[in-house]
Design a protein. Structure first.
Length: 679
């Protein structure tokens, strides 16, 4: 630093107006805190928020600190919890969030004169010093506490204060002065007049359970008729609901259900010159039949769509709707609001492009238009319209191509009226962009999971998602395939690849999904060498799937979803631990509840072609197992049971049979009658 800069710095310090110098406690490095409190963290109903901070003061005086929390949308007083020391001036406490909405939390710390006095008194007593004057000091502190207290507490503190300066033997007075009862009594009415309050109140967005846990199934309604010559309808989708419920899905996600434009309509396999009867892409939204608040007449009516929502609810499922903020050239917005689109020098509207790809059937909105405010309000009106029809989950198409500030405004506005609404970001883009969308309010996000195939890739990626600050605001939704993604692993790995990716997706995170019909029949044909596009993609045509051949995979999916429902350890993204295994073709990890009463251990053979074996080095502490304890590994996929002891276990997996173990770890319990069983 230059001399000039030093002078400026010291001058600024001298000009500062000091705060109350008696506030000696420092609070720093609070966690969780996202970008200095700019963004909230996320939880679901019933979860806890663990808060830590460095809290200390000058000198050697004792300090006390509390965690403060409350509902942000009420006028309720702050609840307070004492924080516990973790060592090295680090403190911790946690609180429960039992309801949807927004919570606030903060911290307070202060020098505790009474505890400081009590510690000092104990040292003097041990040193054999005369403490008569010290007892009088303590009596005064207790009298001050009595003045702050009420009722029986005040009376008791007053009696204790008098006892310290009474004529009782010094030993009895010292015993009282150093007692835990006295410390607890004074501690109930602390002197916080010089307390330091953390400089900002932090927030928690609390979503309903589906925000952090659920199994999603995607299908195209127009392909549900079982007849390639007949366009599927909502009634056809409704007929599939019992089957999806039996498979254990919580959310049925539908691509856009709106009218499809005819201008530059795409044909099968994205053919730009299709036949007249081509159906087009559902994402080319809008025609003479309406736009974003209309329904494709071939699917049905608004009444039949609402009937589908009601039927899904009766089967324990929700309908998630695609939210794609873009238009076909035939959308009513194009003629009614041309100011919402970008115009090229030749006067035509700019269509979507990702060179060399051209999407002439789609017009993006211009979010930098002078009329941006009216555009924003209209798009919010679209969301609220569908919420009013009963849709409370939205899968948002390409949100990373719209401004962050727009999403922050829209999601906050919708959730202010409807806090149960959830938003899934379909943003396969750069990590920082995906994380910024999560901070802006998206409940969940698609991830890079589909392309993480090796053990080290999976470990590195999921430790980032679950064991860093990212876990506080970013909730992954894991999809092994989508209509846009058919990975090389699924193209070439056969049934073992599909089974392995299903089990990984369903057990690595609380939320996962599949592009259902294609996954059930293990569709692996791609459009061209090196492409991740499906051949004969449903995005452009009706597909009739071989439902009979899909039954074996359907049965396995049902089993996996049942395992998820029966094991609370799999109901969130938290408490994921990877266990070392000496074979790089295998990955091992466990998930547990907070109290370790439910522990699931998963081992997956990542090689779809060859059998592999390995020794696992188990982290027993993460599984709640004591060293030397005998426990049972119950494979929930095959019902096989193995008695294990210690932190080493051998596993072998043949991908041609089952490429994974999903173990429920059961501890041995001994009853009063000396009968043993595994819990």
């Amino acid at each position: 630093m230059s001399v000039g800069n030093q002078s400026t710095y010291h001058g600024a310090i001298q000009d500062m107006k000091p705060e109350d110098g008696r506030r000696r406690v420092v609070i720093q490095k609070v966690a969780p805190e996202i970008d200095a409190g700019r963004y909230p963290i996320k939880r679901t109903v019933g979860e806890t928020v663990k808060v830590e901070a460095d809290i200390f003061a000058d000198g050697h005086d004792a300090i006390m600190c509390q965690l403060l929390f409350r509902r942000a949308d009420t006028s309720s007083a702050w609840s307070r919890l004492p924080m516990q020391p973790l060592g090295n001036d680090r403190w911790q406490a946690d609180f429960l969030v039992p309801e949807m909405g927004i919570y606030e939390y903060s911290l307070e710390g202060w020098v505790d004169d009474f505890v400081t006095w009590q510690v000092d008194l104990a040292k003097r007593v041990d040193a054999g010093q005369d403490v008569e004057v010290n007892l009088k000091t303590g009596a005064a502190l207790i009298a001050e506490a009595a003045a702050r207290a009420t009722g029986n507490d005040a009376n008791q503190l007053k009696r204790w204060s008098e006892s310290l300066v009474s004529s009782q033997k010094i030993a009895r007075r010292i015993e009282l002065a150093l007692s835990d009862d006295l410390r607890d009594g004074v501690g109930r009415v602390p002197d916080r007049i010089h307390a330091t309050r953390y400089e900002r109140d932090l927030q928690v967005i609390v979503d309903r359970m589906r925000g952090g846990y659920g199994a999603w199934y995607e299908l195209f309604p127009r392909s549900t008729s079982d007849d390639p010559a007949r366009h599927g309808t909502f009634e056809d989708v409704k007929a599939r609901l019992p089957e999806l419920a039996e498979m254990g899905f919580d959310v049925l996600y539908l691509p856009p259900i709106h009218p499809i434009g005819t201008t530059h309509r795409k044909g099968p396999n994205n053919d730009p010159s299709p036949k007249p009867d081509a159906l087009g892409s559902p994402w080319a939204i809008g025609s003479q039949a309406g736009g974003h608040m209309a329904i494709n007449p071939k699917l049905g009516s608004l009444t039949s769509f609402k009937a589908l929502i009601k039927a899904a609810d009766q089967h324990g499922m929700e309908i998630a709707l695609d939210l794609a903020f873009q238009c076909s050239p035939d959308h009513p917005y194009v003629t009614e609001h041309p100011e919402w689109f970008r115009t090229r020098p030749d006067g035509t509207i700019q269509y979507a492009e990702n060179p060399p790809k051209k999407y002439e059937d789609i017009y993006p909105f211009d979010f930098e238009t002078e009329a941006w405010q009216s555009l924003w309000e209209e798009l919010k009106r679209v969301v609220l319209f569908w919420v009013e029809q009963g849709v409370h989950i939205f899968r948002v198409d390409n949100p990373h191509t719209k401004p962050f500030v727009f999403w922050e405004w829209l999601i906050a506005g919708v959730k202010a009226e409807h806090p149960d609404v959830l938003f899934l970001a379909e943003a396969f883009t750069r990590p920082k962009v995906m994380y910024r969308l999560a901070k802006a309010g998206f409940t969940q996000s698609y991830t890079y999971f589909a392309w993480r195939n090796t053990a080290w890739e999976l470990k590195a990626y999921f430790e980032e998602l679950t064991q860093t600050e990212v876990a506080e605001f970013f909730r992954p939704n894991l999809w092994p395939n989508t209509p846009d993604i058919l990975t090389a692993y699924l193209q070439t790995g056969g049934r073992p690849a599909f089974v392995a990716r299903l089990i990984l997706a369903a057990t690595l995170g609380g939320s996962y999904g599949i592009y259902g019909p294609a996954f059930e029949v293990m569709e692996s044909r791609n459009l061209a060498p090196g492409s991740e596009e499906y051949l004969d993609s449903e995005k452009y045509q009706i597909r009739v799937w071989d439902r009979q051949s899909a039954q074996p995979m359907r049965d396995l999916i049902a089993m996996v979803n049942q395992i998820r429902r029966e094991n609370p350890a799999l109901h969130s993204d938290r408490r994921l631990t990877f266990h070392a295994i000496d074979n790089p073709q295998m990955v091992c990890y466990s998930r547990s509840t907070r109290d370790r009463s439910n522990v699931v251990l998963v081992v997956v053979n990542l090689d779809p072609y060859h059998s592999h074996a390995g020794w696992i080095d188990l982290n027993l502490q993460a599984m709640g197992i004591e060293p030397g304890e005998t426990y049972q590994a119950h494979d929930l996929l095959t019902d096989s049971r193995y008695a294990w002891q210690g932190d080493r276990a051998f596993v072998q997996l043949d991908p041609g049979v089952v490429p994974a173990h999903v173990f429920r770890i059961r501890r041995r319990i001994r009853t009063e009658r000396d009968f043993e069983y595994y819990l």
